[in-house]
Design a binder for this molecule. Structure first.
Ligand code: ADP
Ligand code: ZN
Length: 744
């Protein structure tokens, strides 16, 4: 007997999968299952279960229906990705040359969806401490990775999530598994830590009477918010000019209209201090940062979707917060490189914030004391509206800046490799006597960046990467900052067997030692990636500094921004030159930004501040302009250089990187990839050539840089280059990087 009832019409869905394949895949919905664009689904893809996002629904398909597989499940039917975020992901994929699935994966924070508390694997040290320490040393020779893993867990001082261990040590699962097998580590399932979501507010933010510049800026932005139209503003305000206060006022306006706002800050400034300022004014703040556990992130996501939180403060990925009725996006410190993601999709949160603003008719405010050449260029061409805060707000005044020419310093000052000029030493002594606080900035961690043989001049290099290894005293190891490999310090030169290796150059660790030797009474602390490896270390040090339990804080760029401590009256830049000679067209810009930001930490309270910038290049225009607090003159000179060389803002860059174990393979791949670009109008190609760091993790690296002088030529170049899937091979990895933040 045949069934006379008509077949229910099949419904097909297009699914974007998180794979580097720039197409979507067709599946059919099983009877009785509904799905809409934006639903997350699980499908079978060549025998693998994969998560994906539905991008379209249709009643028919061009494929033979028998070949179309059903989806396996709709995940969290009520957690629909809003259409605006789907559109944002499309724009992201088109701009950065990734697949839609990869772009969508970035918009869905790892776990939007896992509910409740999960138990995740952690590692803890099982063996007694001294036994474990001994094992670290024994394993070092033959089992590098295991040694590193064990040491990392030991140093963390408690159960550490497996994922974090892998990330920090750049290892796979097998080293920790072996350590577990040998009884040195123990794998434990622990519920994800539920930290306080909003950090304790140490001081309620005062609501200041705005000064006239702040008032003008707020009024301008409010006007656009009221009009409900998209517009981008660039708020250029010197450090301490009250930019944050301006954001807070605009936020009040946005909240009055019952609309939502996203505030993006660099990860590094997501300190309790910053967050506290927002939280004390807006009790419905949701905080998103990379330190959140999956469960916390999931909870925040829920609150946002349900409209219980309407103000989001977070790092890069908070841009994708699923808020309803978005009225405002703030990108604070828009010049920060941490807004660019350095893995696929390699998007820039500032650029995507503007795109989201366009899509959702929201106002975007980019703020900085040192706007990028790209942003100031657009503001001057009228693409963005420029708002300026020329003075420090409130009590603080801009600090006095002294440039210390190190070329004239006598040799004995440079003893032990650490250069602390007499000027800096005298000022330190004076400020420490007055019980003020001092910040010393040096953008290089470790003890010395190079261990050199004075006989033959060879430096100790990493075996897997073409870089010299950094000597770390406390760790007692040479460390490769590119692949995390470590090794023992050789007693004799590995090349010529001569004894007496020499430490060349200064890192924060060496600086700390020199300062402790020189000022034995002072309490000195160091803040860099090494000392911050322990959990909670960041908050601990900052809180101790605030309570004045620390006199001198030494640090890398971690201390360059965001810190606002009224008793810091002296800031020393130990070397302004560390970034000046890196082979990157932004070397001068980055130096200027960093110097300006560091200097901005001084004199933020009632007391006047002094900054000492030590340099061997006092005539360099970036150093000179920073010393005079003269952003405009820096921009003027830098634009001349950029125009001459055709770098941004006069072009848009696309970097193509090829990495393979055989150098010839990487080279050949790019030599073929470059062919369609040759002779293209408004396009210039540099390379292909070996990358600055020619080898990383035993892979040789070649790259080329494509300058596109017109938006249309950028589109053409992107199309001509093709996709990563076309270009790459099983043995050669290809990376496309639009607006690359690193050229190394
Ligand atoms: P920025 O974000 O530009 O670095 P902040 O918003 O942090 O500046 O302000 C710097 C300091 O000045 C803060 O301590 C802040 O409380 C204070 N401040 C801001 N606006 C005013 C104002 N209008 N009057 C007095 N003090 C202010
Ligand atoms: Zn290495």
């Amino acid at each position: 007997m045949t069934d006379l009832a008509p077949e229910p019409a099949a419904t097909y869905v297009q699914v974007a999968l998180n794979l580097p394949l720039r197409r979507e895949f067709t599946y059919v919905l099983p009877n009785g299952v509904a799905a809409r664009p934006g639903n997350r689904v699980r499908v079978n893809f060549h025998g693998r279960g994969l998560g994906g996002v539905v991008t379209a629904v249709s009643a028919s398909t061009d494929l033979p229906p028998a070949k179309v597989k059903p989806i396996e499940a709709v995940l969290d039917a009520d957690l629909l990705l809003p259409p605006s975020l789907l559109e944002l992901a499309r724009r992201m994929a088109a701009t950065y040359g990734c697949s839609l699935g990869e772009a969508l994966d970035a918009t869905l924070p790892a776990v939007a969806k896992r509910r409740g508390q999960r138990r995740i694997p952690h590692l803890e040290v099982k063996a007694p401490h001294d036994l474990a320490m001994q094992a670290v040393l024994e394993l070092e020779e033959k089992h590098q990775a295991q040694s590193r893993v064990l040491r990392t867990v030991l140093e963390f001082g408690g159960p550490m999530p497996v994922l974090d261990v892998r990330r920090r040590t750049a290892t796979s699962d097998s080293p920790w598994q072996t350590l577990v097998k040998h009884g040195l580590l123990k794998r434990v399932m622990i519920a994800e830590e539920l930290e306080e979501l909003v950090p304790a507010i140490e001081e309620a933010a005062v609501r200041h009477e705005l000064n006239e510049h702040q008032r003008a800026a707020v009024a301008k932005v409010d006007e656009s918010v009221a009009a409900g139209a998209h517009r981008t503003f660039l708020l250029h305000g010197v450090t301490g000019s009250g930019k944050t206060e301006v954001y807070l006022r605009i936020l009040e306006e946005v909240r009055k209209r019952n609309r939502s706002a996203i505030v993006l800050v660099p990860e590094i400034s997501l300190t309790p201090q910053t967050v506290g300022r927002f939280a004390s004014r807006f009790p419905d703040v949701a905080v998103l940062h990379s330190g959140l556990t999956d469960a916390e992130r999931g909870r925040q996501w829920q609150r946002l979707l349900q409209g219980r939180s309407k103000v989001v403060v977070g790092a890069r990925s908070a841009l994708f917060a699923p808020v309803q009725d978005l009225g405002l996006i703030v990108v604070d410190e828009e010049h920060e490189t941490s807004f660019k993601q350095d893995s696929t999709p390699r998007y820039h949160a500032r650029e995507m914030a503007i795109v989201r603003g366009e899509i959702e008719k929201a106002v975007v405010v980019l703020g900085s004391a040192t706007p990028t050449l790209e942003s100031i260029g657009k503001a001057r061409r009228g693409v963005y509206e420029l708002l300026t805060l020329p003075q420090r707000a409130g009590a603080g005044r801009l600090p006095k800046i002294l440039v210390q020419d190190l070329r004239g310093e006598p040799k004995e000052v440079r003893r032990a490799g650490v250069v602390l000029s007499r000027t800096l030493l005298v000022l330190m002594e004076e400020r420490l006597k007055a019980r003020d606080q001092v910040l010393l900035f040096l953008n290089r961690r470790g003890y010395s960046p190079v261990l050199l043989c004075p006989g033959c001049g060879e430096a100790v290099k990493c075996e897997s990467c073409s870089v010299s290894m950094t000597w770390h005293v406390r760790r007692g190891r040479l460390v490769c900052h590119w692949c995390c490999r470590e090794k023992r310090r050789p007693e004799i030169c590995p090349s010529c067997q001569q004894p007496g290796m020499h430490e060349l150059g200064v890192g924060t660790e060496r600086l700390e030692q020199a300062v402790k030797d020189r000022f034995p009474e002072a309490i000195v602390a160091r803040m860099d990636a090494d000392t911050m490896a322990e959990r909670g270390a960041h908050e601990r040090v900052l809180s101790a500094f605030r309570k004045k339990h620390i006199d001198v804080l030494i640090g890398t760029q971690m201390i360059a921004k965001g810190l606002d401590f009224p008793d810091v009256t002296l800031v020393g830049v130990v070397s302004a030159d560390t970034g000046l000679f890196v082979p990157d067209y932004r070397a001068a810009e980055r130096t200027f930004q960093l110097l300006h930001q560091v200097a901005g930490r001084a004199g933020r309270g009632e007391k006047a501040g002094t900054v000492v910038i030590q340099t061997f290049c006092p005539d360099n225009y970036a150093v000179e302009a920073a010393a005079k607090n003269d952003y405009d003159s820096f921009v003027q000179q830098e634009l001349v250089f950029r125009k001459l060389t055709g770098y941004p803002p006069f072009s848009r860059l696309l970097r193509v990187l090829a990495e393979a174990r055989a150098e010839s393979e990487a080279q050949k791949l790019l030599q073929e990839a470059v062919v369609p670009l040759r002779g293209m109008a408004d396009v210039e190609v540099l390379g292909p050539a070996p990358a600055v760091i020619a080898k990383v993790k035993d892979h040789w690296r070649w790259h080329m840089l494509v300058k596109c002088f017109q938006p249309a030529s950028f589109q053409r170049a992107m199309a001509a280059i093709g996709t990563v899937e076309d270009l790459g091979t099983r043995t050669c990895r290809v990376t496309l990087d639009v607006d690359p933040s690193s050229l190394m």
